[in-house]
Design a protein around this ligand. Sequence first.
Ligand code: FMN
Ligand code: SF4
Length: 436
Amino acid sequence: MGYPHPSHPREQVLLSKYFGDSGARTYAGWVDRGGYQGLRKALGMSREALIEEVKASGLRGRGGAGFPTGLKWSFMPKDDGKPHYLVCNADESEPGTFKDREIMRWTPHALIEGCALAAYAIAAERCYIYIRGEFTEPWSVMTEAVREAYANGVLGRNALGSGHRIDITLHRGAGAYICGEETAMMNSIEGKRGNPRIKPPFPAVAGLFGMPTTINNVETLAATPHIVLQGAAFYKSLCLGNPKSTGTKLISVCGHVQRPGNYEITMGTPMRELIYDMCGGMRPGRTLKAVIPGGSSVPIMTADEAETCITDYEGVIEKGSMLGSGGMIVMDDSADMVYQVWRLARFYAHESCAQCTQCREGTAWTTRILERILAGKGKEADFQLLLDLSEQMTGKTICVLSDSCAAPIVSGIQKFRGEFEAYMSGARRPALASAL
Ligand SMILES: Cc1cc2nc3c(=O)[nH]c(=O)nc-3n(C[C@H](O)[C@H](O)[C@H](O)COP(=O)(O)O)c2cc1C
Ligand code: SF4
């Protein structure tokens, strides 16, 4: 079991306050630390007031797309007489992202509290928490925490004595990245193959088992009790200037920094401060070359772009990328960008569910062309071929896995073309053997 680093003075610890504190894992420990007060307060509010509070806080989904959470909840139909469902997305398979597992490992009751609060807000009696198959420790910690939550009356027919029924079912995935996509996740819970569904219908209309459903990420849900307890204004005030990106964000930093780990920053923190102060900068003698700021599914940023970037949704977009899940992959001048782009393309080719031709063929062929370049057999025409394939893979498929593969390829060619040319000209020794 790995322990997290002690929090840096410039972090704003809200969700990560008890990371590393094993006492916070139990029901009694959580209650001692002020746990379940947010849920208790929420259950005393009307559903409308609760949704308005979350809307007013400015909270946006932490799973990748950054969709406003309160607005998403408000899409659920009212008094329709149908069962409603909440699905908590704990699949966390995005390369470079490792924050949700820490929430589950250290503060499982924070997630249960957030799930119960959201379930009440959208009038759902049942929440499914879909946990990534490989997460053995989070799975066992969550299993025990759910058992304790039932034993102490937090969950069940009469949640915290409110008269409302709230049940939580843990569902374990089998290790497919695509099951993190919300509609594939619903198929997987229903016992079907985890293929994404065409939208519309959107989940709020016809989701899990055909019923109105809301899907939220672990970090999103764990933030909601803080909003209710401390108020929307408090949460909204946690930003450094941009009112469209509020609150704190767990950034999983990996790669060539001196102190990788999860850092909970106030939205708007300069990326430079995160990399050089909080994470201790680059390894000795090395300089920053590139950052992939939002998990692997977003365009690559150059060192200049990263060093002048504000870390929030709009700040990263301004630099041509996306905040995504907040998994930040940092690379120094020793990184081989062609190899890194190939590794990502290979991942997407492996994880494509293969329903859409552009994705099935595109991810496979881009991987093989990149392999050819790495083998020293690339041709100038491969640039256009890769860009044409990427164009066909963007905005044309059932889900955005295909776009996610294209983003690092296109930005890699645009920003690090010289490294591709070095393989083509023979200036760089081949890194792979190629079948093509
Ligand atoms: C291929 C793919 C994989 C995804 N994986 C995850 C994931 O592991 N965890 C997650 O929360 N969202 C993931 N998402 C985003 C979800 O579809 C969904 O937008 C999110 O869970 C909504 O929660 P939020 O509004 O709280 O962010 C993925 C999306 C795609 C297209
Ligand atoms: S884009 Fe890829 S992963 Fe998404 S539905 Fe189509 S084939 Fe499946």
